[in-house]
Design a protein around this ligand. Structure first.
Ligand code: PLP
Length: 440
């Protein structure tokens, strides 16, 4: 049977590109900590006819007719989100994480109000008050930083700063922080200075739902999460909050910021919550952390310097410049060339530039979705060391790419079936290498 038959007829060029991307995702070790593999069920929901409808408003309060089904779909997603996080209110309409943060700020802040989030170069998100982002332009941003000695949050220092700048809102939750977040400390600080406690759990949602990281809820006043990272859902996001903010955040998204919600995404978010409520998801979350620890230990054996010395979650940030004399961009390029996908990243108090920083950020949600365990992590740690020790050596990169493509054949990717590609001519992958796939 032909795979993607309608595309084959209508737009074979796009079909080739999509299959090439499937092959890439299958044949490489994907370590970008914000990425994952969505299940076939999630992909089915997000590729459904729900994309055909407009449903501005909220269940029971729509502007358009024809909402007999969409109301049920959105209500299901909302109820599952509320139950999963134990929150009073959930809004599943934000198009992605950034607009979700924007909507929360719009709901509870006035332009010019002071916000405190972790500085972007230290692991905060753009939308946590970085100067080129709306959040740093519209609001007065007073970013906090990590402790230079421990490279961890220093809650007493954040408290001291909060007493001085008196923020209206404090954001906790990060993009490159490998340690457990002590939410209760943020609650304490916010209570003391009268700030709103906003938790952005985008990266660690799956860990939280699977019991592998403490939850900020119901402690936090407001919160957001993306649905496509460790939660393994579709591209999307949601806002979660206490009852007192419910009306304000709803209004902030619609009509404040967006028009019609993406119903196909809403449905797929509901599916992701269903999957995350199964016992297997608990194991998944625990394995993500075990894998990250195993990979961290292997990198330490190879004398890489890990930011904060290790990891408690899904993510590892490591130095390549002082450890191996190679800058982050050059390191991540060599790794990709050899079949390991990661991103270069600033490390705390980096002396290099954002375009070619001192470190690399990796994470284990994707490889764990493929069923890889500690033994595979040790192998990956060895490959990373091999590649970064011989980053200029084309022969090493070539050999490693071959080994990794072979290795990856044994680990199925959720949402994909290589038999689908067997009849198609191989499309050159980004490395210029062709990845052979047999029917076996
Ligand atoms: C990924 C992320 C976002 C933004 O999500 P987008 O969907 O890329 O807009 C916001 N906050 C944090 C902490 C994130 O990790």
């Amino acid at each position: 049977m032909t795979y993607l038959p309608a595309l084959k007829k209508t737009d074979p060029k796009m079909r080739d590109l999509i299959i090439a991307e499937e092959r890439r995702q299958w044949s490489k070790i994907r370590l970008i900590p914000s990425e994952n593999y969505a299940s076939s069920a999630v992909l089915e929901a997000s590729g459904s006819v729900l994309t055909n409808i407009y449903s501005e408003g909220y269940p029971g309060k729509r502007y358009y007719e024809g909402q007999q089904i969409t109301d049920q779909i959105e209500t299901l997603a909302i109820e599952r989100a509320k139950a999963a996080f134990g929150v009073d209110h959930a809004n599943v309409q934000p198009y992605s994480g950034s607009p979700a943060n924007m909507a929360v700020y719009t709901a509870v802040l006035q332009p010019g109000d002071t916000i405190m989030g972790l500085a972007l170069p230290q692991g905060g998100h753009l939308t946590h008050g970085w100067k080129v982002n709306f959040s740093g332009r519209l609001y007065h941003s007073a970013p906090y930083e990590l402790d230079p000695r421990t490279e961890r949050l220093n809650y007493d220092q954040i408290w001291k700063q909060a007493k001085e700048v008196k923020p209206k809102l404090i954001v906790a939750g990060f993009t490159a922080y490998p340690r457990i977040i002590e939410w209760n400390r943020f609650r304490e600080i916010c209570d003391d200075v009268g700030a709103i406690f906003h938790a952005d759990i985008s990266h660690i949602t799956g860990l939280i739902l699977g019991g592998a990281h403490p939850s900020p809820f119901p402690m936090a006043d407001t919160g957001i999460t993306t649905s496509h990272k460790s939660l393994r859902g579709p591209r999307g996001a949601m806002m979660l909050c206490k009852a007192q903010y419910a009306q304000a955040v709803d209004k902030a998204i619609m009509p404040g910021l967006q028009g019609g919600p993406h119903n196909q995404t809403t449905a797929a978010i509901a599916v992701a919550f269903k999957e995350a409520s199964q016992p297997a998801f608990k194991e998944y979350a625990a394995q993500i952390v075990k894998n990250a620890k195993a990979l961290a230990d292997q990198l330490l054996k190879h004398n890489f310097r890990l930011i904060s010395g290790g990891t408690d979650n899904h993510l590892i940030l490591f130095e390549t410049f002082t450890s191996k004399g190679i800058l982050g961009r050059d390191a991540s390029r060599a790794l990709d060339r050899a079949g390991i996908v990661a991103n270069c990243n600033l490390v705390p108090f980096d002396t290099q530039t954002p375009m070619n920083p001192s470190g690399v950020r990796i994470g284990t949600p994707s490889v764990t979705s493929r069923g890889m365990k500690e033994a595979e992590m040790r192998k990956i740690g060895d490959w990373i060391n091999e590649v970064l020790t011989h980053a200029q050596d084309e022969a090493v990169l070539d050999r490693t790419a071959g080994e990794i493509a072979e290795f990856c054949r044994s680990f199925a990717c959720p949402g994909m079936d290589p038999h689908n590609w067997a009849d198609d001519l191989p499309v050159a992958a980004q490395t210029g290498k062709q990845v052979a796939m047999s029917r076996s």
